[in-house]
Design a protein around this ligand. Structure first.
Ligand code: SF4
Length: 220
């Protein structure tokens, strides 16, 4: 990691703290689980948003380990009605795990969601929210955050989720071709995953949201 990147991470963490979002830093993805275990108690009710980063860091296996009351929406044979109930029960969870699509150097979180169970749980409901993010999620400002989602995050996620969208085929959002477009411009596919665009700034509930920045590239 370069000295410049180290100072960007430091600045981002200081600004997250100013926004009442508790920052942590670990060097390697193997360091994430020991830290996570200090932020959740055995027997807690836990849930998660869809995240490649949570898989890469072993958090998904930890949630399913039996140490916690895991609200599992991907278990075999689950019905659409039961998945809906998991989403609703998640609002009463002790700890919610996810990643963030982007973190600005000024300490804002930027998240875009289709079904929006993830962004809604980040905003309100679970007592504690833990977001695990590779340092590649840090961007200079909100303009870069928007661009990051349209070019780096959404395209591979739509491929992963088998969505029929412009970006799944072409590799970036259709809105990148519109001069003078707006942040929320996008495709009109029924599979669109960019429906709600959420910026989390200074939090009223101090340290409810925790951000673990990992000194490796993780997720999309
Ligand atoms: S709006 Fe559609 S094309 Fe644009 S990034 Fe989102 S899913 Fe892809």
């Amino acid at each position: 990691m370069t000295t410049v990147m180290e100072s960007i991470i430091k600045k981002t963490m200081e600004n997250l703290q100013k926004n009442n979002i508790k920052p942590f830093y670990v060097e390697k993805k193997e360091d994430v689980l020991p830290l996570i275990r200090t932020l959740v108690n055995e027997g807690d009710t836990v849930s998660n948003g869809g995240s490649v980063t949570l898989k890469q860091t072993g958090v998904m296996d930890e949630l399913k380990s039996g140490r916690y009351n895991y609200l599992d929406r991907s278990r075999e044979g689950i019905t659409p009605e039961e998945i809906e109930q998991v989403y609703r029960d998640t609002y009463s969870a002790d700890v919610y795990f996810a990643s963030s699509n982007a973190i600005t150097e000024s300490g804002y979180l930027y998240n875009v969601d289709g079904n929006s169970n993830r962004v809604s749980a980040i905003l309100y409901g679970p007592k504690s929210v833990v977001l695990v993010c590779g340092y590649n999620k840090i961007v200079k400002d909100l303009d870069e955050a928007v661009k990051r989602v349209k070019t780096c995050a959404a395209p591979p996620n739509t491929v992963r989720l088998n969505c029929e969208t412009y970006c799944a085929e072409k590799g970036s959002c259709v809105s990148m071709n519109i001069d003078g477009g707006e942040y929320c411009d996008g495709c009109h596919s029924k599979d669109r995953i960019c429906c709600n665009f959420v910026i989390s700034a200074q939090q009223r509930h101090i340290d409810r949201i925790k951000v673990i920045i990992v000194g490796e590239e993780l997720g999309y």
